[in-house]
Design a protein around this ligand. Sequence first.
Ligand code: HEM
Length: 469
Amino acid sequence: MAIKNVSQRTLPGPTVVPLVGSWATMLKFFYDPCTYSRWLHGNYGEVVAMKRGDPAYVFAFGPAFNFHLLSQPALFEVGKGTILKVPKDTAWGRIQFYNLLNMNGEHHKRHRHLMQPAFHKRQIELYHADMAALTLRMLDRWQSVSQIELHAEMKKLTQRITVKTLFGLDDEEEIDRIGALFQKLGASQLLLMFTPLIDMPGMPYHRTLRLAERLESFIRVMIAKKREDAEATDVLAALVHAHDEDGTRLTDDELISHTVTLYAAGHVTTSNALAWAIFLIHQHPRIHADLLAELDSTLHGEAPTLESLRQLSLLDGAIKESLRLLPPAPTSMRIAAEPCEVGGFALPKGSTIFYSPFITHRLPELYEEPDRFKPERWATLSRTSYEYLPFAAGPHRCIGAEFALQEMKVVLAMLLQRYRLAIVPNTRVEPKGSNLDPAYGMPMRIIPQDRRFERVPVRGSIHRLIEFV
Ligand code: HEM
């Protein structure tokens, strides 16, 4: 492809330290994407190189570059997956093989089209009762404790909701057993970054393969059950019954991989989003009070119905605002399939270009007082999908976005009415890592909702990211 109008200037960016090369820069970025990307943007502008050369690693900040990257999927592709060499002839290889986030072009289009019905609005509404029932169980459990680790609780809850809605399991013990299997597999896989792939008892690889086999056979059994049951309303049932215009369906191997991806993509992001939303609401007493007033007048202490969820406009604004300030996917990337141009700079094929919802969401020209938590701004504000993109944009936009938003609304509406959570004073609060985990946890005291709205002093980098007023 001929590239026109390219600049002869060198790409701006930090100086690469000899020997450690660009790896040190990358590590800093992955450890603390908010602070580091702000520093890059503030010091070097809209297009910044983390590594020059062939291939280059480049940041492109702002809505115009979000559009440039995300609306040209043939030129800017999603990555081909993990850096580990995953053997395809093992259960571990099979369960990861089909993943929307690694697929491009027609292949992606076909799979996405087949998966879409499981995430249609009507279908997601069917998951509402499970979301509310599992939230109620968690809130009941909290009655007998005085303090919780909020982040861990949100992970447990979103994991249960994901397993329940994926497979339609009724038995709570089985839900937890399958959730634990997914978790163990995730943890075991992580170790493989640092250990050889040797299938011998005692080795992490051996453990990973056995866990993957157990998960694969469980999902195979579930697929067979869903084929028999035309009435089932869970996600897997919707995937099993989905078909193209010509009758083509997803194969068993495809169904297994997609189920595993949905679990992985769905629950960490949503649990972090919930933990930050709860933290931000409780640290803004006036907004907390207004939200309670909205919930009282609409729900009168009851769990939200589908109908009442639609009436909670301030809650909707609080969720939007929390996803704006601390998006669980603060940055993502695309790979250049051909030599290309970004911001007037020529980049070789294979270059990695990062875009940043986090930086976009903090641009003062798009959001007045960008570091303040102002849910009410969404009553009048409207932004394009490249200006507000916690779920990304374009053909890879999150397929579970509506699912996550409904889940967050149900959980928040029920939790806020029942309890006031007070973070333990002077807790260090810092969003870190590629999903903005609260790095030092979120210990919260549990108080029955007494409407004594107050901010608790906390420490940490959160003060550089949020302007509390
Ligand atoms: C607040 C919660 C969530 C956030 C912030 C989030 C964010 C994202 C983002 C940013 C992407 C696109 C990544 C990229 O293109 O670079 C994505 C894709 C995806 N998400 Fe989510 N997600 C959330 C919840 C969920 C849930 C609940 C599910 C499933 C039940 C899910 C399943 C997926 C899948 C399968 C993709 C790949 C879509 C494709 O490539 O076509 N996500 N998500």
